[in-house]
Ligand binder design. Structure first.
Ligand code: IDC
Length: 294
């Protein structure tokens, strides 16, 4: 990879089980995820994103658009915010993930119609723009299964995007908060250029989930870590940097793209900034150091 930005790498695709650029060279996306844009979009501006580019060396950004919790379902104006951030990322030569951030709404089928309309509009608007990557679902959870709910959702939404543009990376989930990377191999989607997401929080997820990742990679599953935190997943109250290091070493071994949660200064361990400040938190400093070495 001569240069990590969009102007060089162009339109991405999946070859064998790896992410590649327009020349077929291995490609790694190194990014930060926003926090929920219904709460923290004031932090997403040119100055901050340029700072992340310079200090963390990111070449990608993820826009977390929650559906519930005062998210898109209740406030369609968030779509305008999404477009603004996409345009900013285009200006800064970055890849950008649009994340349909289901969470409390554990079943992606709940807002299927809204999702189809949203992705139809966005993918037709950004048809010829190689920057944009579509993450059509964040983390399914609760009483849902791959066969009954999760896969059928993908089979409805992906064709909507593909009708507007034949190429572009689409990120799809694995079951139970993206912890099921070892089981997708049994029933892969029948579409090209799909990356399957694994999410980890180093204070909660350790060797057991890493073993699933190793199994998936060795079986030829294309994987992306579209969200990880160096804190625990539930209380988000303290970091676990030792475990995070082991994780990042493993991702490096397989050239896996990764997105850190999150660009915020909320009083929680995974925020990259200290509460109410522009100073990097313990998590922020750690991720910055790791990224500069990734
Ligand atoms: C958390 C935020 C927190 C917010 C909560 C809303 O950090 O401030 O109140 O969502 O429900 C995930 C989710 C991500 C979570 C994060 C940490 O994708 O939305 O963010 N997490 O709990 N999966 C595992 C952990």
């Amino acid at each position: 990879m001569k240069n990590k930005y969009v102007s060089y790498n162009g339109s991405l695709s999946v070859k064998d089980s790896n992410l590649v650029n327009q020349y077929g060279e291995t490609m790694i996306l190194k990014g930060i995820s926003s926090h929920g844009i219904q709460w923290y979009s004031h932090l997403i501006n040119k100055e901050k994103i340029e700072r992340l580019k310079l200090e963390f060396g990111i070449n990608a950004f993820r826009i977390a658009m929650y559906t519930e919790e005062k998210g898109y379902i209740y406030n369609n104006n968030l779509k305008e915010k999404v477009k603004e951030i996409i345009d900013l990322c285009i200006l800064l030569d970055l890849y950008v993930i649009i994340d349909w951030h289901i969470l409390k709404d554990g079943n992606p089928l709940l807002y299927l119609d809204e999702s189809m309309l949203f992705f139809d509009e966005i993918s037709s608007l950004y048809k010829n723009i190689p920057n944009v990557i579509y993450e059509i679902c964040n983390e399914p959870n609760g009483d849902v299964t791959w066969k009954k709910d999760i896969k059928p959702y993908a089979e409805k939404v992906i064709p909507v995007i593909r009708k507007n543009l034949s190429k572009s990376i689409i990120i799809f989930v694995t079951k139970h908060y993206c912890q099921g990377i070892d089981t997708v191999i049994e029933d892969l989607l029948g579409f090209k250029d799909i990356l399957y997401s694994l999410h980890f929080y180093s204070g909660t997820h350790g060797k057991e989930l890493r073993d699933k990742l190793i199994f998936a990679k060795e079986s030829g599953v294309p994987v992306i870590v579209s969200e990880f935190g160096v804190s625990d997943a539930q209380t988000n109250s303290k970091v676990d940097l030792e475990e995070a290091k082991i994780w990042i070493e493993l991702l490096k071994k397989y050239n896996i793209s990764l997105f850190n949660w999150s660009l915020s200064d909320k009083r929680e361990a995974s925020s990259i900034f200290v509460f109410n400040s522009q100073n990097l938190s313990v998590s922020g400093e750690f991720v910055k150091a790791q990224y500069n070495n990734y």
